[in-house]
Design a protein around this ligand. Sequence first.
Ligand SMILES: CCCCCCCCCCCCCCCCCCCCCC(=O)SCCNC(=O)CCNC(=O)[C@H](O)C(C)(C)COP(=O)(O)OP(=O)(O)OC[C@H]1O[C@@H](n2cnc3c(N)ncnc32)[C@H](O)[C@@H]1OP(=O)(O)O
Ligand SMILES: NC(=O)C1=CN([C@@H]2O[C@H](COP(=O)(O)OP(=O)(O)OC[C@H]3O[C@@H](n4cnc5c(N)ncnc54)[C@H](OP(=O)(O)O)[C@@H]3O)[C@@H](O)[C@H]2O)C=CC1
Length: 515
Amino acid sequence: MSMIAAFYGGKSILITGATGFLGKVLMEKLFRTSPDLKVIYILVRPKAGQTLQQRVFQILNSKLFEKVKEVCPNVHEKIRAIYADLNQSDFAISKEDMQELLSCTNIIFHCAATVRFDDSLRHAVQLNVTATQQLLLMASQMPKLEAFIHISTAFSNCNLKHIDEVIYPCPVEPKKIIDSLEWLDDSIIDEITPKLIGDRPNTYTYTKALGEMVVQQESGNLNIAIIRPSIVGATWQEPFPGWVDNLNGPSGLIIAAGKGFLRSIKATPMAVADLIPVDTVVNLTLAVGWYTAVHRPKSTLIYHCTSGNLNPCNWGKMGFTILASFEKIPYERAFRRPNADFTSNKFMIQYWNAVSHHAPAIIYDFYLRLTGRKPRMTKLMNRLLRTVSMLEYFVNRSWEWSTDNTEMLMSELSPEDQRVFNFDVRQLNWLEYIENYVLGVKKYLLKEDMAGIPEARQHLKRLRNIHYLFNTALFLIVWRLLIARSQMARNVWFFIVSFCYKFLSYFRASSTLKA
Ligand SMILES: CCCCCCCCCCCCCCCCCCCCCC(=O)SCCNC(=O)CCNC(=O)[C@H](O)C(C)(C)COP(=O)(O)OP(=O)(O)OC[C@H]1O[C@@H](n2cnc3c(N)ncnc32)[C@H](O)[C@@H]1OP(=O)(O)O
Ligand SMILES: NC(=O)C1=CN([C@@H]2O[C@H](COP(=O)(O)OP(=O)(O)OC[C@H]3O[C@@H](n4cnc5c(N)ncnc54)[C@H](OP(=O)(O)O)[C@@H]3O)[C@@H](O)[C@H]2O)C=CC1
């Protein structure tokens, strides 16, 4: 019997960010392994014209929850969506709902965050710092609370090369930042943002670091733990391999590469690609929830959920494996044949950007215009390159994360728990994982049918022929122009032609003699 699964039985659990990538997988695993849990409260806001109930309905009816419905048929009765907006004071939760949350909650998993790299400091602080502070305040009023698990990121201290499982202070106190953002206007905030974030690449990593400081400062008597996952990717094993439902991290770039839009990227092939499957993060999170509540460590423990030090894979190998997977699992209606060029040379990247990205986009837009359609490729390409430029920081560096607490926790688990809540990333086979990831992106993100694979292959063959034809035509045109202008090119040309002619004559004469 799994001790962790049994622990969550009969519990009332509060999850923020349950509609997000990590939150959904966390909920799924909880319901699947502890179907006798009492209730999961989720803080949800209406979005994209959908009410709370519609959002929950959509999640429960998704492929991800298919297995849950078998083991927990009354899952919809055990999920309680509470209207909340984490950007507002008291999260805009009604008095009755707040009362219920305060009196019943046993465990909190705080996953909600803005993960956008280009968010304004004001908004990122609001969600990643102030909301965390408010949730801690709420937690301190919950008499039945056993553990508060805060999800941070392994990149919250990405300005350091070696990162231990400790909280590193930021130069300016979070409280001072929160206070000053209240009265500063947006233009001044934009001006001081680069100074505040210092050598971090964006407001996301900076505010996640501030969020950790807040957790440390406001922990009071609470039982708290912090989890720091690295780049969270598709599921490895559970509930099935390759599940992914958003474009964050590598997923968007896998699509861009598979569809032939992205053909080169400024990346260091030897840098460690610290990807971690989302189900591994969830297993660790649930194990940490159990450990924190049952063993009540004296101080706030931080757990790194990373792969680099235990089972490293570099960007070069990852890019190569992704490309190889496209051979088996091609995406439909590709713009160009997938091809990858990882370069760390800034001149080469400019060259490849011009040749592989901008030029094809301009040519395609010209073709669209000629056929009376609206050009769109240049705009799309510029947007993609902007996204790539924001991710570049993370594919040109390696970090070392110590994982002592995570390894300690692994050794504390019973063999059954190690199996059911497996977070031992040493068992991960990257080749298999990446192939499933590429397949998962096709199935669950692009929603492409597997029956279309032969046609997608044919399409790639046609693109290859067009590519060869285009290159030959381009070569002939350039060569013709050169011959017209340069005596030297003419001489080279005549030399090649006469050489070929002599070779053919010799070949013909020797085959006539043999006959
Ligand atoms: C060379 C060949 C290749 C070979 C094959 C190899 C390929 C694989 C190589 C692997 C390298 C992996 C590197 C991973 C490094 C991750 C490091 C994470 C580290 C930290 C981890 C964390 O701790 S935290 C979670 C990470 N947090 C994000 O990862 C958010 C990022 N993101 C944004 O910060 C916003 O997205 C940003 C960008 C501002 C745009 O902002 P924006 O306003 O311009 O765009 P929007 O977001 O509104 O989206 C507008 C349209 O772009 C679509 N789209 C959105 N994201 C997209 C995306 N990544 N790739 C494509 N398309 C994307 C979207 O679907 C929309 O499409 P539509 O318009 O049709 O709806
Ligand atoms: N994905 C990754 O690569 C990594 C993620 N992390 C951390 O993991 C956690 C989860 O990330 P992930 O699931 O990927 O992120 P998502 O963007 O998929 O999910 C974010 C969640 O936060 C919710 N949320 C955002 N703003 C509000 C708001 N104002 N009120 C209520 N809810 C809100 C979202 O709700 P809604 O659906 O309404 O928008 C969503 O449920 C985050 O703390 C992130 O920092 C750490 C390392 C890597």
